[in-house]
Design a protein. Structure first.
Length: 461
């Protein structure tokens, strides 16, 4: 007779034989224990942006898990509709904090997409573009610098203005034209080229930390990386920037390129191994969440499992490190003494909130700025629709979510809208341009806003 406790444990049922190759791959890759952990209680429904927009069960985490489990149990074969539903998820993971059973939905959706990608037939143009960016550019710092330099030359030469004025941009879909219009100026000169690989602490060092500079972050938002290092220095941290670090792999994992994500993780484990640091600091919520889950990503890589666990345990968001350990300078809105307060608001990075569990630290820092009033945005914890490249691949749903988000942002009356992730920043810039009215609010990264307002007696060059 079976032990009662044993009988209650989830047991994987043998799937019916299937002639569908994708079904067999899904059955091999999906974590069946996680599928059966879902109690179908529905707590995830109000947390899910796509369900809130549509009200359709398959657009919810519970619905998508049910579809995955039906394939794993051999009750259905995945078709294009199944693939589309898996790819329609934002991956914001707001369902995870809401789940009483602690279902690792983020891991399940990545496993499903990984399986789908193994059998995807996207055609030569799309396949070529994915290969170019995921394998040809993102993993290679020298190629990213070349991309940044090319984009910078495109702007400085006046060619961008000519292209925009000629009407050539009309050849691209509307959502791509809109995104191009708000892109920041790229550069080939990242944080290492600007500051070097070691930057001293101001005053007695509190700790030695390493900056994770990212891939596109160091091309499109290199100034934010520089400001991050300088703000950490002001707060008492010596900052190391390993030059051989690679892309975190988040975009790869979200797009089903799990093998490439694991390879990037291995590169980063080696890059940070001998840095002699206490923390690995991220200023991008999406990157930080990926780094903090290297232990899961590499859990089957037995030789590196321990290294991955130690790496993940040291990952921290810059705001949390500043709040928890920093010797913070004073912050003040310049030229605003005795005048009406400047109002700011904040849009959460989903992965900073839902994965790294650090929603409060950015707010604590913002509330320290003199002559500035903080207005909490309604539903600031809801996804803005960026979600990596979701706003490019799923523009209709991303646009719906953004429009609702901007209604809440505008209602705060804020002059500045701040966030902690580059994708969110671009999405909110687009929202401010489209839905911000005659005087759209300025959108900034929290680090840039704070560094510009840090009261310093001496600046590093």
């Amino acid at each position: 007779m079976a032990n009662a406790n044993t009988a209650e444990l989830p047991q994987k049922q043998p799937a019916a034989a299937s002639g569908n190759p994708l079904a067999r791959t899904l059955q091999a890759k999906l974590d069946y224990d996680q599928l059966t952990n879902c109690m179908r209680c529905g707590f995830c429904l109000p947390a899910c942006p796509t369900f809130r927009e549509t009200g359709i069960e398959p657009e919810s985490p519970r619905g998508r898990i049910a579809l995955m489990k039906a394939v794993a149990d051999g009750l259905m074969e995945p078709d294009q509709a199944f693939n589309d539903q898996m790819n329609h998820c934002l991956g914001c993971r707001a369902c995870e904090p809401a789940c009483p059973a602690d279902v690792k939905y983020g891991q399940l959706i990545e496993q499903a997409r990984d399986a789908i990608e193994d059998h995807a037939d996207r055609g030569i143009p799309v396949t070529g573009m994915r290969k170019l960016f995921f394998k040809g550019i993102f993993p290679h710092r020298s190629r990213l610098r070349l991309l940044g330099g090319t984009l910078a030359a495109y702007r400085k030469s006046g060619l961008r203005r000519i292209v925009r004025g000629s009407g050539l941009m009309r050849l691209f879909p509307k959502h791509l034209r809109e995104m191009e219009s708000i892109l920041p100026d790229a550069t080939a000169k990242g944080v290492v080229e600007t500051l070097g690989t070691v930057y001293p602490a101001k005053g007695e060092p509190i700790a030695r930390v390493a900056l994770f500079r990212g891939c596109l972050m160091d091309v499109m938002f290199a100034g934010t990386n520089v400001n991050t290092v300088k703000l950490l220095s002001e707060a008492g941290f010596e900052v190391v920037i390993p030059d051989n670090q690679a892309c975190c792999g988040a975009l790869h994992a979200h797009a089903g390129e799990m093998a490439a994500a694991r390879e990037l993780a291995r590169v980063n484990l080696q890059a940070f191994a001998d840095a002699g640091i206490e923390y690995i600091v991220s200023n991008a919520g999406g990157c930080g969440a990926m780094l903090a889950e290297y232990d899961h990503l590499l859990h089957e890589d037995q030789p590196l499992r321990g290294d991955a666990e130690r790496f993940a345990a040291r990952v921290i968001d810059v705001s949390k490190l500043l709040v928890d350990r920093g010797r913070l300078p004073a912050f003040a809105e310049p030229g605003n003494k005795g005048q009406e307060q400047v109002t700011i608001t904040y849009q959460d990075s989903c992965h900073l909130r839902n994965v790294m569990k650090s929603p409060d630290a950015p707010r604590q820092l913002m509330k320290r700025v003199a002559n500035v009033g903080f207005a909490e945005m309604k539903e600031a914890d809801r996804c803005c629709g960026s979600a990596g490249i979701y706003n490019v691949t799923q523009p209709e749903m991303a646009g719906q979510i953004l429009e609702s988000k901007m209604e809440h942002a505008v209602a705060t009356g804020a002059r500045y809208l701040l966030t902690s992730n580059p994708g969110c920043l671009l999405q909110m810039k687009l929202g401010a341009a489209k839905h911000g009215g005659d005087s759209p609010m300025e959108v900034q990264h929290v680090v840039d806003f704070l560094y510009e307002r840090a009261v310093r007696t001496e600046k590093h060059s």
